[in-house]
Every structure is written in C-alpha cells, then in structure tokens.
Design a protein around this ligand. Structure first.
Ligand code: NAD
Length: 507
C-alpha cells in the first residue's frame, strides 16, 4: 500500500509526524536532523493544548554532563541487591500515590486529555511497578543447571549500563515509566528525555523517584526536543535506547544505531490498526467498541483503530450506529463539565496536519460520513470524524494520529484479512463478531503483536507482552517482556575446584 507519486501533493504532516514509509518518497529531511534541529534552542516551553497557555519552561539540558553523571552512578546502583532496588521502586509507587492528584492534573493540562483519563494513566504508572517486579523475576530468573562431570551451569542476568529513555507525548507518564521501572529494577541507570510537549509531567515523575530514595544521579531527566534526543542516542556513554514514539523517529534512531550493534534499542512505534466487523447481532456493542478504539484520547493511542473494515451486509447498520455514537461524543477541556469523552489533539501543528490529511482523503475519493470539524482555529480541538475510503486506490499507509476513522467495505472474509494486513505496520488488530472458526483464521493470518476478538484495539495490559512488528517496532516487545531488553543473560560454567583431564593425544 505504498504511496505512489501519482497521488500528487502529500500532506507535509505525513513527512514530519506520521511518516510516509521508508519508501523513496520519504522525506529525507524528516529523517535526518535537518536545519531546524541543528539550531540549538536555549529554552523549552510547554503549552496547554486546551487553552494555549504556557504551563512550564526550563533551560535545555547539557546531555554530556547528565550522561557522565549517570555513568558514575551506575556501578553502585547495579551493585545494590535486587531486593533493595525493588524496595525503592515500590516506594516510588507510594510517592506516585501521594502525588496522584497533582500528577493527573499535570498530565491533563499538558496533554489536554480529560481528568478521568489522566487519573487512569496515573493508576497505570503505579500498577507498572508490581508487573515489572513479577516480570523481572519470571523473565530473568537465575537458573542453575547440573552439567554432570562438567560441574554446574548458571544463567544470570546483568544490566546494560546507562539507558536512554525517550518518551512520547500521548501518555507522557505511563509509557516512559514502562521502560524506566524495568530498567531500574534490572540495575541500569536511566537518562530520561520526556517528549518536548510534556516535560512538566516528566519532571514530576522524576521528583517521585527522588523522593522515594532513588538517587538523582541514577534516574535523571534531560530537557529538550528532537536534537537533544539525537545527542542522547549518539552519546558514547549510553548503552541502550528505549524509545516510544512515531515510526519516523524510530527509523531515524535505528539508522543512527546501524553501526552500533553494541547498543541495545527497543523501539515501540506507531500503527495503522485495523478493526474488522463481521456477523454479529450485537450492533450497538460492536459500534461502542469501535468508537472506544478509534476516538479515546482523541485517537492519540498507538493502538487506536484507524481502519474499520466491514462486511458489506453489516455496513449500514454498523456504520450508522458508529456515527450515532460519535455524534454524541463530548469534546472539551480536561476540567469541563460534563466530563468530555475526548480532549484536543496535542497541538495546532497536529490539528492542521490531521485536517490536511482529511482533506487529502476527501479529494482522493474518500466519502465523508462524519466531517472533521475544528471549532476554533487557534486551538487543536477536533471532532471525531469518519470517512469511507473504500474507493481510494493506493490508500496511503500512514498513521493519522488523531480522531479520523477510515471505513472500508468488503465482501468476504479473505478480503477482510487481506485488507487488514494491507499495511507495513503491525501493532494491534481486532475482530468484532464472527464465529470461533473465523476468529481462528483471523488470528492465524493477521500480522500484528496484538490480535483481539470482540475487544477494543486499545488498552493492552502490561501483565502481558505488548508486541509490535512491521514498522511498529523492532521485535522487542515491552509490557511484561520489558525485562528482556533491560538485562542481558550471562552463562557461566562453574566448579568449586579446578578439575580436568586430557584423555587423548598426550604422549
Ligand atoms: P515522536 O516520535 O515525535 O517523539 C518521541 C520522542 O522522540 C520525543 O521525546 C522526541 O523528542 C524524540 N525524538 C524526536 N526525534 C528524535 C530523533 N531524531 N532522535 C532521537 N529522539 C528523537 O512521537 P510523539 O509524537 O511524541 O508520540 C506519538 C507517537 O508515538 C505515535 O506515532 C504513536 O503511535 C507512538 N506511540 C507508540 C506506542 C507503542 O507502544 N508502540 C505507544 C505510544 C505512542
């Protein structure tokens, strides 16, 4: 589903934010640092999307100083007992509980998401601690194998050293924390660069670690934008890069590390996720799951449903019901009453890009079922939108990170599976309705790390691995498997005394 040159002008937004493939058309400027990113900004300012007001500002950090400090602190942290490190992250969870209100309101103000959703994000930050402790014990457990005459064989794990954690804007506390906690438990020092759009949230998270007793050198934050991220990735003192963000940035990082196989990289990237609707009498439930999947967080979830693939005979009922529910969605600021279902997108740049993308789809054969509406040109509030793109040849395979749901009508199940797989991404997919046999076929044939049945595409549990294949990741699932990339296994043959004989070949 490559974007062909016959499609004419492509929205700039795709090149800079959503990414237009690794195809030759991909803007090199978007993948390379480019002129903007070499110009060093002195200060970073974070604005509230819902009001446009300034929320936070600070000086851009000196990456070199911070990484050196982390390197000095790391050996002592790695030498602490695992029990100690676990105790400290549990104390961190308690600090987050104490600061829950403040953290939630900072997340809500900085991202624009409703308070109920910011509260849920804080709960996820807390829950991640126990999941990670359990996962570390299970995934990296010490093992001893008896090896008869050769003594014992032991398998133990060691931390990598200093890990750079690069966070996204959409879940600025939970998602970086999902790397930070397992990295710390494993004995790594962490240098965390929050999204330039959510540094205030990052700062609060750091404060919770420090109040819990994790030294301010073991987990530190760097303030800055993409150029600071680049400096961190390239720094000699960084042993690994744990990234959550767009495919565009993930690919840039992957390229940067192409000659550095010694640095571990876990890249959790975007998606163009399909949801297939097959036979079901429960049309309202199906439509509710679709709306939740497509429009929660104003569509700013990596796992959000972007493409609704519907059996022709179900089309009118399902799409009609989805529209009816979407028409009732309240869009508003974090503190509005009644509580909104969704807030704004992250900034005006994103809102402009999504609007441009919707217009692009319309002008290339898409049929609007529900238009994308922006009430105020100066603020990034968008309405949920639905567009039938069945008629678009060469449908662009880009992640539209906002409240745009594309609908594609199909006649048979094979076509539905082919359409669902018609993407280079591979994050999440859901089948709604269908028989157990159809679900088996769906599960067996869909290329994605999350394949659900009668469940939304969003909201993966960290009690399980969150896998992402294709352009959605580099085969380092996070969630329950984060422990795997935070420590490396060391195999040791061991005997308490030297004992050896040479049986042949000696005179
Ligand atoms: P982004 O790629 O713009 O930024 C992510 C981080 O990378 C930021 O801290 C940014 O400063 C940094 N960065 C940017 N350019 C860099 C470079 N060249 N080198 C090093 N660092 C650089 O992403 P975003 O817009 O903040 O977040 C939204 C994206 O994240 C969406 O694509 C979404 O699908 C994805 N996401 C993925 C997951 C997942 O689990 N797979 C989860 C949440 C979000």
């Amino acid at each position: 589903m490559a974007v062909s040159s016959s499609q004419g002008h492509l929205p700039n937004y795709w090149k800079s934010t959503v990414m237009n493939a690794v195809s030759k058309r991909a803007s090199v400027a978007a993948l390379d640092p480019g002129p903007d990113s070499t110009a060093k900004a002195e200060e970073l300012i974070s604005y509230e999307p819902a009001t446009g007001e300034e929320l936070w500002r600070d000086k851009v950090s000196d990456v070199d100083d911070i990484v050196k400090r982390a390197r000095r602190a790391w050996p002592a942290w790695a030498a602490q007992s695992l029990a100690n490190r676990m105790e400290l992250v549990r104390r961190f969870a308690n600090e987050v509980r104490k600061e829950a209100e403040k953290l939630a309101s900072t997340i809500a103000r900085e991202t624009g998401k409703p308070m109920w959703e910011a509260n849920a994000e804080v709960e996820n930050v807390i829950a991640k601690v126990e999941f990670s402790i359990r996962a570390f014990a299970e995934r990296t457990a010490q093992r001893k194998l008896d090896n008869a005459m050769s003594g014992k064989m032991a398998v133990r794990h060691k931390p990598h050293g200093v890990m750079a954690v690069l966070g996204p804007s959409n879940m600025p506390a939970h998602l970086p924390n999902a790397h930070i906690i397992p990295a710390l438990i494993a004995g790594n020092a962490v240098v965390f660069k929050p999204s330039e759009k959510a540094p205030a949230t990052g700062e609060l998270l750091m404060r919770c670690f420090n109040h819990a007793g994790v030294s301010a050198a073991v987990v530190q934050m760097v303030v800055g934008g993409p150029e600071t991220g680049q400096a961190l990735v390239a720094h000699e003192g960084v042993d690994g890069v744990l990234f959550t963000g767009s495919a565009n940035t993930g690919i840039a990082i992957n390229r940067k590390l192409a000659t550095r196989p010694d640095k571990i990289a876990a890249l959790e990237m975007g998606g163009n996720n399909p949801m297939v609707v097959w036979d079901t009498p429960k049309v309202n439930d199906a439509a509710t799951l679709i709306v939740q999947s497509a429009f929660t967080s104003a569509g700013q979830r990596c796992t959000a449903a972007r493409r609704l693939i519907v059996k022709a005979s179900m089309y009118d009922d399902v799409v009609g019901e989805v529209k009816q529910i979407a028409d009732r969605i309240i869009v508003g600021g974090p503190y509005d009453e009644p509580a909104p279902f969704m807030g704004p997108v992250i900034d005006n740049f994103a809102a402009d890009g999504l609007t441009e993308s919707f217009v692009y789809l319309l002008s290339h054969g898409g049929k609007a079922i529900k238009h994308l509406v922006r009430q105020d040109e100066d603020l990034p509030f968008l309405s949920p939108s639905i567009i039938d793109t069945t008629g678009i040849k060469d449908r662009p395979d880009v992640e539209l990170f906002g409240p745009i749901l594309q609908v594609i009508k199909v006649d048979d199940f094979d076509e539905a599976i082919a359409e669902a797989n018609n993407t280079r991404f591979g994050l999440a997919a859901s089948l709604i309705g269908g028989t157990p046999q159809e679900y088996n076929r769906f599960w067996a044939n869909i290329r994605a790390g999350i394949v659900n049945w009668n469940r939304p595409t969003i909201g993966p549990s960290h009690a399980a691995p969150v896998g992402d294949i294709g352009l959605s990741g580099n085969h380092r699932p996070y969630g329950y498997y984060s422990a795997d990339y935070c420590a490396y296994p060391v195999t040791s043959g061991e005997m308490d005394q030297p004992r050896a004989v040479i049986g042949v070949g000696l005179s």
